[in-house]
Design a protein around this ligand. Structure first.
Ligand code: PMM
Length: 283
């Protein structure tokens, strides 16, 4: 397993695809929106995800749903910090899902041990310089622009090659800012500036991304392309009924040896990954 450096000891020892459980502390996230915005409920949900097999809890306060508008820094901090603080005593690995350096800084101070930046350092000019002062892993996702316009940023010559080369360029920018290359995890950003159909070739031709030689995180859980694939009579499958499809992707990613999957329903993906791992370790 290709782990990024700076990962907590207990995760470094794990020799299978990791499970990152999604904790969106937002009233408007597309799948769990409004249900976990109460901090006590959010904290309990995180504890349940750990019980179900999550290795990392990814805490985010700002929705990146296509079309969504930005919230203020204060609001983002108010949503995530109490939950990070409540969980930081439990020993669980926490990642802070943010595009803002202020939130990343406060999140790390409150106990987060990695930063998940869906903009890969493009949204906030201070982010990469701050990350360079840390020793934690940094998740750098493929990003072309903010959520309210990303559906207009889907022109590619060759989506697989272009996404890999844009990620590679941004990795170079991060390295030039002083972030050690081996701390970086890359992520193709399923659904971000991609049409529904553009996600499939990325999943099919993973060898191109793997060619960059960095650990890969995949966040396909419950996303629209799955709902569209499973549509009936022209109506997309609801987001909370995309779990088997999500598990199928987690299974394939684990068989491929990806570093981690980011999922809402931890138990189904975790169970699938345990099975894949058992088969892989059988002689
Ligand atoms: N997707 C979402 C949010 N954060 N982070 C990473 N690294 N990769 C993703 O694919 C990703 C992410 C949007 O989905 P959500 O609303 O379910 O969190």
């Amino acid at each position: 397993m290709l782990h990024p450096s700076g990962l907590p000891e207990n995760l470094l020892k794990i020799d299978r695809t990791l499970v990152m459980g999604v904790l969106n502390v937002t009233p408007d996230s597309f799948s769990d929106g409004g249900r976990f915005n109460d901090q006590v409920i959010a904290t309990n949900h995180a504890l349940q995800m750990i019980e179900d097999g999550a290795d990392i809890i990814d805490i985010g306060g700002e929705s990146t749903r296509p079309g969504s508008d930005r919230i203020s820094v204060e609001e983002e901090l108010d949503r995530v910090l109490p939950v990070i603080s409540a969980l930081s005593g439990t020993g669980v690995a926490i990642s802070i899902d943010t595009m803002r350096v202020e939130v990343a800084r406060a999140g790390v101070a409150a106990g987060a041990c990695m930063i998940n930046d869906v903009s890969g350092g493009k949204a906030d000019p201070g982010m990469l310089d701050f990350v360079a002062t840390l020793e934690t892993p940094y998740i750098l996702m493929h990003w072309r622009g903010p959520s309210n316009i990303m559906n207009t940023l889907t022109d590619y010559q060759d989506v697989v090659a272009d996404v890999a080369s844009e990620i590679n360029q941004q990795v170079e920018v991060a390295v030039a800012a002083g972030i050690a290359r081996d701390r970086i995890v890359i992520d193709p950003g399923i659904g971000f500036a991609k049409t529904v159909d553009q996600n499939w070739p990325i999943l099919k031709h993973l060898d191109v991304l793997e060619g960059l030689g960095l650990p890969i995180l995949m966040g396909a859980s419950r996303k629209k392309f799955l709902g569209e694939l499973l549509a009936k009579d022209g109506i997309a499958r609801d987001s909370d009924e995309r779990e088997s499809a999500t598990t199928a992707i987690s299974t394939l990613m684990a068989a491929r040896g990806l570093w981690a999957v980011r999922v809402h329903d931890v138990k189904s993906s975790s169970d699938a990954i345990v099975v894949v791992d058992r088969i892989a370790k059988t002689s």
